[in-house]
Design a protein around this ligand. Structure first.
Ligand code: KG4
Ligand code: ZN
Length: 353
């Protein structure tokens, strides 16, 4: 498909294009409507944490089924919310392009979003734009802070991925570091679980880190002094398991232990991100993904970036965790540039190297 001439863009004559975006990559179902590049008219997300609580983790088949149950009501809710934002009805026919995250994540979940997106694109006769969910996370910062000042070093710290992305322009980016095992968020969730906290454990760990000092505790900072830019968090999780086992019945006060644990996580994330920014000559650093909602992590980045004299950007918490608004934002640039997909678009569980 070819991009229309700019003058033809936008359902409203002379208006900015309206994008509909869907994200069902993991356990959140999210739908957003975006006007132009940055005006979020609606961003509605339904979390499935409660649906999987009894299993202690996300059950892929159950996640797909849940996405299927809620996606259409969520699209309707998003249209209604967008109508309130525009003070005029917003209908599906007004949409100029349909965006969907087609990687990475649970393939069964991704396929639900893709099937709905493809059907809508086909029925509306509008372009389909497949978006890499990890490439989209930093665009939460574009929604919040405006046009990015490339080159940037992005840390995407989410439940399923911890990656460093060097971006020199829209669509021009490369992963320069990633976790070789567990993601930081996964490690945080598992350690929180050791202390009896339900999923997602990040907020409980963040609260402990905000209200306690590490005291006598000090845990490993994996790969901190390794010159490479990759991360490893499974050893830290194991260290926490052994620490608790060795405590036996002398159960330590939770707050200081979790504060010390989280200090290890934030020390590694800040040090590696700033090293990457320096190595690649980035103008600034962005932090996104669910873990970026942590107040302690933000404080750690503020201190580290101030000391290094590097600009720092992070989104508000609601745009850190999974949401379709960030997907819509990246898709808006793709729409303008004519970088569209067609109905042969496929979904992929993995993030390419
Ligand atoms: O980006 P996200 O919503 O999902 C994935 O793409 O994986 O990230 C989820 C992760 C979980 O590990 C969760 O515990 C963590 O983000 N998280 C937080 C906070 N909110 C979510 N961690 C610390 N503080 C928070 N407020
Ligand atoms: Zn995510």
């Amino acid at each position: 498909m070819e991009a229309p001439a700019l003058s033809q863009q936008g359902a409203t004559p002379g208006g900015e294009p309206l994008g509909l975006a869907i994200d069902t990559t993991f356990d959140d179902t999210s739908v957003a409507l975006l006007r132009g590049r940055r005006r979020v008219l609606a961003n509605v997300t339904l979390s499935q944490y409660a649906d999987h609580a009894e299993f202690g983790g996300v059950v892929p088949e159950r996640a797909s089924r849940r996405h299927l149950e809620v996606i259409h009501p969520l699209i309707e809710a998003a249209l209604e919310e967008a109508g309130r934002a525009e003070s005029a009805p917003v209908r599906l026919q007004d949409v100029d392009y349909v965006a969907v995250s087609n990687l990475p994540g649970l393939l069964g979940s991704i396929l639900v979003g893709m099937t709905v997106a493809k059907s809508l694109a086909y029925l509306l006769g509008k372009p389909l734009i497949g978006v890499n969910h990890i490439e989209a996370h930093p665009y939460a910062n574009v929604l919040e802070h405006g046009e990015p000042a490339f080159p940037l070093m992005h840390l995407v710290a989410a439940g399923g991925h911890t990656v460093l992305i060097h971006q020199t322009d829209h669509f021009a980016w490369r992963i320069v570091g990633r976790s070789v095992d567990d993601a930081a968020g996964e490690c945080v969730d598992k350690v929180a679980k050791l202390f009896g906290h339900p999923m997602p454990g990040g907020p409980a760990v963040d609260k402990a880190a905000m209200t306690h000092e590490p005291g006598p505790y000090d845990f490993p900072r994996p790969l901190l002094n390794d010159p490479g830019l990759d991360f490893s968090f499974s050893g830290l999780k194991t260290a926490m398991t052994y620490f608790l086992r060795d405590c036996g019945d002398a159960v330590p006060e939770e707050g200081p232990v979790l504060a010390a644990f989280f200090r290890s996580v934030t020390d590694v994330l800040t040090a590696k991100t700033l090293r990457a920014a320096s190595q690649y000559g980035a103008n600034g650093v962005t932090v996104s993904g669910g873990l970026a909602a942590s107040r302690r992590l933000r404080q750690a980045f503020e201190a580290a970036c101030a000391e290094a004299g590097v600009a720092l950007y992070y989104p508000p918490p609601r745009l850190c965790t999974d949401n379709a608004a960030m997907v819509a934002c990246l898709a808006a640039y793709r729409y303008e540039a004519g970088r569209w997909d067609d109905l042969t678009l496929e979904g992929y569980p993995n993030l390419p190297m």
